[in-house]
Design a protein around this ligand. Structure first.
Ligand code: SF4
Length: 114
């Protein structure tokens, strides 16, 4: 029995179309970085590294005299190391990868934005 041969160019075209469809579907259903970020867990202030960095969810609870950096208004939302979008209540931080910090929080690594 003889099978009908399919020209290589047709196979390649079919592969290309399939891959394009998969890629397009992935682009449509893949959540954006912001959506992924908001799914991350909140940093627990009781976490060992968070405690070492003196992280708190409420910067107003920190005695300004205990800070090494003299800048007056220090919260995560105005820290140079915070990521994400302004206005979000919980944001990623470069010091605590995979966790979200409170925008009104603070830790001893706080640095002014340039
Ligand atoms: Fe907040 Fe900055 Fe400390 Fe991250 S490094 S927890 S953004 S103060």
């Amino acid at each position: 029995m003889r099978t009908k041969e399919i020209p290589l160019s047709k196979i390649a075209r079919r592969q290309f179309l399939k891959l394009s469809a998969v890629a397009a579907a992935g682009y449509v259903v893949r959540p954006g970085a912001e959506a992924i970020a908001q799914e991350m867990p909140h940093l627990d202030p009781a976490d060992a590294f968070a405690k070492t960095m003196k992280y708190t969810e409420d910067a107003s609870s920190v005695d300004p005299a205990s800070r090494t950096n003299p800048a007056e208004h220090q919260v995560c939302s105005n820290c140079a190391l915070v990521l994400g979008t302004d206005g979000e209540p919980w944001r990623p931080c470069q010091i605590f990868p995979g966790k979200l910090v409170n925008a009104n929080g603070w830790c001893s690594v706080w640095a002014p934005k340039s």
